[in-house]
Design a protein around this ligand. Structure first.
Ligand code: GDP
Length: 210
């Protein structure tokens, strides 16, 4: 087996292990104590974050998949095999969110990002049909300011033709190099076709506690 296949196999094995919901934190005080290596998932409401967490863990209903964007206002923590904590951050950019909702989002998420020594990487999800929107760039700037290492991952890749996907990948990669804390490798995923899921599992398994 070559190195990449071996990494994917490790990813497959880890993500086949039991994954359980730990708790949802609606305020900074509710955030659980830092223990395992942690990965945070962030993105606009409706980007396909719940679907991706479910695809990674091979479960249909672990993270709630909702057609009503913006309703999840808390950070949901899931423990994978006592080796990795997955933190599902509340979606941003919900059109009908009020100013005070947006301020609460920033306060909770920034406090979490700043105070999390076990956070190994944030995965920032970008809808491949839309590319980087203004609030995605703002999220990147927040991650830059919080000095959190993060990686951009495209969702819903099945919705685009290969040449369209190439074009959006180039544009996103070009923006990403302007951000110091952004990990250079971009992964295009689809929760529907499974594209990119083994690669993302492999990346995350390499960051897990041993
Ligand atoms: P969240 O708000 O970011 O958690 O997004 P959801 O996971 O609830 O997904 C939002 C919508 O996009 C739902 O209607 C999903 O069925 C759809 N969706 C999510 N991932 C994919 C994908 O990979 N491909 C396609 N075609 N649709 C997706």
């Amino acid at each position: 087996m070559d190195v990449l296949e071996e990494a994917k196999e490790k990813g497959r094995l880890l993500f086949a292990k039991p994954c359980e919901f730990v708790l949802g934190a609606a305020t900074v005080d509710g955030i659980p104590a830092a223990e395992l290596s942690e990965i945070a998932f962030a993105g606009r409401s409706n980007v396909g974050k719940s679907s991706l967490v479910n695809a990674l863990t091979g479960r249909k209903t672990l993270a709630r998949v909702s057609d009503t964007p913006g309703r999840t206002r808390q950070i949901n923590f899931f423990r994978l095999d006592n080796r990795l904590m997955l933190a599902d951050l509340p979606g941003y950019g919900f059109a009908r969110a009020s100013k005070s909702d947006s301020a609460r989002w920033t306060e909770l998420v920034f406090a979490y990002l700043r105070g999390r020594p076990n956070l190994r990487r944030a995965i920032l999800l970008i809808d491949s049909r839309r590319g980087l929107l203004k609030n995605d760039i703002e999220a990147m700037e927040l991650l830059d300011r919080a000095a959190v290492s993060y990686q951009l991952v495209l969702t819903k890749a099945d919705k685009l033709k290969p040449n369209e996907l190439d074009a959006v990948e180039s544009r996103v990669a070009a923006e990403s190099v302007r951000h110091g804390a952004a990990h250079p490798e971009l992964i295009a995923t689809s929760s529907v076709s499974g594209q990119g899921i083994p690669e993302l599992r492999a990346e995350l398994a390499a960051l897990a506690s041993t």
